[in-house]
Design a protein around this ligand. Sequence first.
Ligand code: ZN
Length: 339
Amino acid sequence: MRNAFGLMLMSLAAATLIATGGWFWNSHRSSAAPQTFAAAQATPAPVHAKPLASRDPIETTGSIPEKAPAAPAPQPKQTCANPDALGVSRVVEIDTTGGPGFGFEHFKQIDFLGDKEVVLSFDDSPWPVNTPAVLKALADQCTKAMFFSIGKHATFHPEILRQVAAAGHTVGTHTWSHANLNSKKLNEQTVKDEIEKGNSAVKLALGTAPAPFFRFPELQHNPAAMAYLGTRNIAMFSCDLDSFDFRAKSPEQVINTVMTKLEKQGKGIILMHDFQKHTAEAMPELLRRLKAGGYKVVFMKPKAPMQTLPEYDEALIKDMKMPVASARPVSSVVQTVSQ
Ligand SMILES: [Zn+2]
């Protein structure tokens, strides 16, 4: 989601396990003085048109167990059943020390893709129907992608995010509530909370730490936040090629935008949204077109997992234990033991 709809809609989600406001500490904690290392890497964010606000009702589809689920066991090397699959041509491991930036729209230092090489990336994960559809399309083509999860979405649909991780994709983060971190309305502490609470929520949903990969909502790069991410050794991802799928009117439009830009640029990190219906619908054909066009998928994964901050993990776990009306059947609560 590249728009601001998340917070508006999320306010409807009071029935979910996490209340939308007030639970987290405010400005009584000072953050470390930001360094200026990463800030110098930024170029101004382009102005994006506001996408349409979603009218989807928010529904929690899964729950986060009180005890975090065990981390998924490493998958045995899978063989691909599709002889014409797009596949993965190259896997790259990223050392995120110092918070390197990727994606030429904003970060010009690291040029690691060869001609015809692409990286698939999806924002605003996870979401019912659309994320599973994207996962299926990727699985059918035996290929891998990066997913940047919104903390709130992770708490709404943790089981879907676990499917993303179980399929072997890289799961990074995308703030707690999709706030524009460059907004003048947010102070430094709120910006930090958005980042760290998002990180901890994704970890809690997954049951294991995510990748130290982060993408700013709306690609709004706050220089102080970039410096902070640098101190946290979290890599930042812009993109080379924006699909603008959030404003596409059809799956064909998503495909045409990506393929037209790729023909011009020849390679790049592609930004899409598994949250978006048209993108989910476009994926099977888009992946076929990439294969037919001779493009090769590079899969990015981290050298080491993200180190979340314990105080945010603990605050989130505590918050998840807020009184919840029991969903247990009466028979499991009240049992006749003698009569
Ligand atoms: Zn987004």
